[in-house]
Design a protein around this ligand. Structure first.
Ligand code: USQ
Length: 400
């Protein structure tokens, strides 16, 4: 298949380009390197070195025997994206070109607006470009489990049957996002669903959980093929941060009591799921929703797990609870479905413990890169728009 990746230089995009190419798909993609700029803006750097796109392309060609079909350009540039799609003629488009951080979107008015402009308008341009130049292509749109929030009932995959005043309907499940970033994804979902209905586009909206991991096997040993691994308060996700913290002996930063529960999945399984989705497109006019995660855990369970694996690796981490800079439920019911991808053949590859072991081994040689930026590990971006560094509220590891 011909698969276009919007945001090919990012954490998921660079890995996906390799995963798909290794399976015989023809890949092309765009990027404007905003992720690199945003991480620098918040005073951080990737724990794993990130090479220039020219160095990445050279390594890609040496490893896969194909040149990388890449153009620098932005989804906000409508003519650019129309021209690129018209030239490439994709069967599927995987949309990863969004600002992905909840804390970044909550910094202030400027960052909230940037997030929603970049994400909502970029996605809308992509929908229009598809309508104009490749209406048969399948849009694989990266959404987030965070669109649903944490309701006190089970979470279906996008839609549910409702009975109200004696009548029944199948309706979109309510969205209760927890940051301006997560709301940008809800707005995208609505626009995508509408475009499928009125123009007959086909789309899969992926409600993805929190991804973690330093590698996929297809990257081999060439460091230029590795993907980035962020650990700052904005672009580092929980397990990735905990692993980086364990490597340098910084306390693992559990927010609040750590009883908030989320769905997680390793990078390699995210790649498997996105590929399965591309290879099994919906009908024209169909908008479907897949929940994509491997297992749910509380944050404290994960911190304890990283601590145990780190101890086996000879490290000596501690888990500290910090006052939570976010506004989110401290403890809640959480039971989302995830059947659609399993029906397509998704098989989880590694358990979290095995993946964390690999991550620690990958990160150990880059300890100095993390140490150089350790000042940014404790969060200070608060959901009320103020900046205050979180304090330790419980320094003893608590049993989860
Ligand atoms: N958390 C900690 N300590 C940390 C970092 C996070 O306790 O050092 C907690 C947060 O309070 C939150 C949970 O861990 O309850 C997850 O936070 P996260 O930063 O790992 O992930 P999140 O902000 O939810 O966002 C990430 C990605 C985003 C994606 C989302 C999927 O950045 O792009 O959409 O995961 S989901 O969480 O399912 O919405």
């Amino acid at each position: 298949m011909k698969i276009f990746i919007a945001g090919i230089d990012g954490y998921l995009g660079w890995a996906l380009a390799q995963y798909l190419t290794a399976r015989g798909h023809e890949v092309a993609g765009n990027d404007v390197f905003l992720r690199r700029a945003w991480v620098a803006e918040v005073g951080s750097d990737s724990a794993l070195p990130v090479y220039s796109i020219e160095e990445r392309a050279a390594a890609f060609e040496a490893h896969f025997g194909k040149s990388l079909n890449f153009r620098q350009g932005d989804l906000l540039d409508y003519d650019f994206i129309c021209n690129y799609l018209a030239d490439f003629k994709p069967d599927a488009i995987v949309h990863l070109a969004e600002m992905p951080s909840a804390p970044y979107s909550m910094i202030d008015q400027k960052h909230a607006v940037l997030t929603q402009q970049n994400n909502v308008i970029g996605s809308l341009n992509l929908l229009w470009a598809m309508k104009e130049v490749c209406p048969d292509a399948h849009l694989v749109k990266l959404g987030t489990m965070g669109e649903y929030g944490t309701p006190n009932i089970d979470i279906p995959e996008g839609f549910f049957e409702v009975e109200f005043r004696g009548r029944k309907d199948r309706l979109p499940f309510p969205r209760q996002a927890g940051s301006f970033y997560h709301w940008s994804k809800v707005h995208d979902s609505n626009n995508t669903m509408f475009a499928c209905r009125i123009w007959g586009l086909r789309a899969t909206d992926i409600m993805q959980g929190v991804v973690f991991g330093t590698r996929i096997d297809e990257m081999g040993d060439d460091p230029r093929l590795r993907t980035r691994l962020d650990f700052d308060q904005c672009f580092g996700t929980a397990i990735n941060r905990f692993c980086c913290q364990a490597v340098i002996g910084h306390p693992l930063t559990v927010f609040g009591g750590g009883k908030q529960r989320r769905g997680f999945l390793p990078l390699r399984d995210s790649m498997q799921c996105l590929t399965l989705t591309c290879e099994n497109p919906p009908q024209r006019g169909e908008y479907r929703v897949f929940n994509q995660f491997e297992e749910t855990y509380t944050i404290h369970e994960l911190a304890d797990l990283v601590k145990e694996v780190a101890e086996e690796a000879g490290l000596n981490p501690v888990v500290h609870c910090y006052d939570n800079p976010r506004q989110e439920l401290a403890e809640h019911y959480y039971n989302p479905d995830r059947q659609h991808l399993i029906d397509l053949g998704y098989q989880p590859s590694h358990d979290v413990r095995a993946e964390v072991r690999i991550m620690l081994a990958d990160l150990m040689p880059h300890k100095d890169r993390i140490l150089a930026k350790q000042a940014i590990l404790v969060p200070d971006i608060r959901w009320d728009g103020s900046r205050r560094r979180s304090e330790v509220i419980d320094a003893e590891p608590i049993k989860s």
